[in-house]
Design a protein around this ligand. Structure first.
Ligand code: CAA
Length: 240
């Protein structure tokens, strides 16, 4: 039977490409989303991948959603923590709400979803977790103390959980995307983005599929000796 894969934020941007790549790899994919019903409906119409709406930043909603998904499709054995938001601004202009929103959605969601799925993976003696970090968690970014802290936290979270999962056949890895051509990156002021692209040795923004390829690789059944690693996919912008 196909293994069940849950991709948070899996109906748009990088997440949508990940959902499609895992489906192409023969997984039974469920894509979650939080706000954008129209995009989720369009994604489902295009791919036939089931979509479920919940707030990955909420512990209770994540727990309930994973239970419902397990009852309907089977226990989640592949988890991609991709859900993420930005609330950019310099520290001087950043409110406590901007900080909390980014920490809860980007980092808290990893805790929430791993808590809800890890026990099942342990019982199955198989699990694949991929957490989507960021180049800005590795290198920092002007105007992103919240986002950089959350993404940097994801990289630490990954290495710690990898140690806990290893003896149960569970691998936990991170991918650190660079600047990828998505709505999130297109929201960066044009002049700022131009300067960023000028610093990418490959001379272009990434494609969502560039990241999805990495997730398919790390979640393969035979990728069982790769754990605790961070795969940077950034066109050479930051070599870490
Ligand atoms: N280094 C040093 N100084 C910088 C700077 C930088 N990287 N960027 C801007 N500044 C300076 C400006 O030159 C300006 O200085 P002057 O006033 O002396 O001219 C000053 O900072 C502007 O400061 P403000 O606080 O007034 O700026 P602002 O509030 O208008 O906007 C910002 C600041 C929100 C950070 C805006 O520059 C911005 O959106 N930057 C892009 C942030 C970014 O890259 N976000 C990534 C989003 S995509 C993503 O996160 C995905 C992923 O994982 C890669």
């Amino acid at each position: 039977m196909a293994r069940v894969a849950l991709v948070t934020g899996g109906t748009r941007g990088i997440g949508a490409a990940i959902s499609k790549a895992l489906k192409a790899a023969g997984r039974s994919v469920v894509a979650s989303y939080h706000g954008n019903d129209a995009a989720a409906t369009a994604f489902h119409a295009e791919t036939a991948i089931p979509v479920r709406r919940f707030d990955a930043g909420s512990y209770a909603e994540s727990e309930a959603a994973v239970k419902a998904i397990a009852a309907e499709f089977g226990a989640v054995e592949i988890l991609v923590n991709n859900a993420g938001i930005t609330r950019d601004g310099t520290l001087a202009k950043m409110s406590r709400e901007m900080w909390d929103a980014v920490i809860d959605t980007n980092l808290g969601s990893c805790f929430n979803l791993c808590k809800a799925t890890f026990e099942g993976m342990r019982a199955a003696k198989f699990g694949r977790v991929v957490n989507i970090g960021s180049i800005n968690g590795q290198a920092g970014q002007y105007g992103q103390v919240n986002y950089a802290a959350a993404k940097s936290g994801i990289h630490g979270f990954t290495k710690a959980l990898a140690q806990e999962g290893a003896r149960f056949g569970i691998t936990v890895n991170a991918i650190a995307p660079g600047y990828v051509d998505t709505e999130m990156v297109r929201a960066v002021p044009a002049d700022v983005l131009q300067k960023i692209v000028a610093r990418i040795p490959m001379g272009r923004l990434g494609h969502a599929e560039d990241i999805a390829r990495g997730v398919a690789f790390l979640t393969a059944d035979d990728a069982d000796f790769i754990t605790g690693s961070t795969l940077s996919i950034n066109g050479g912008q930051h070599m870490y």
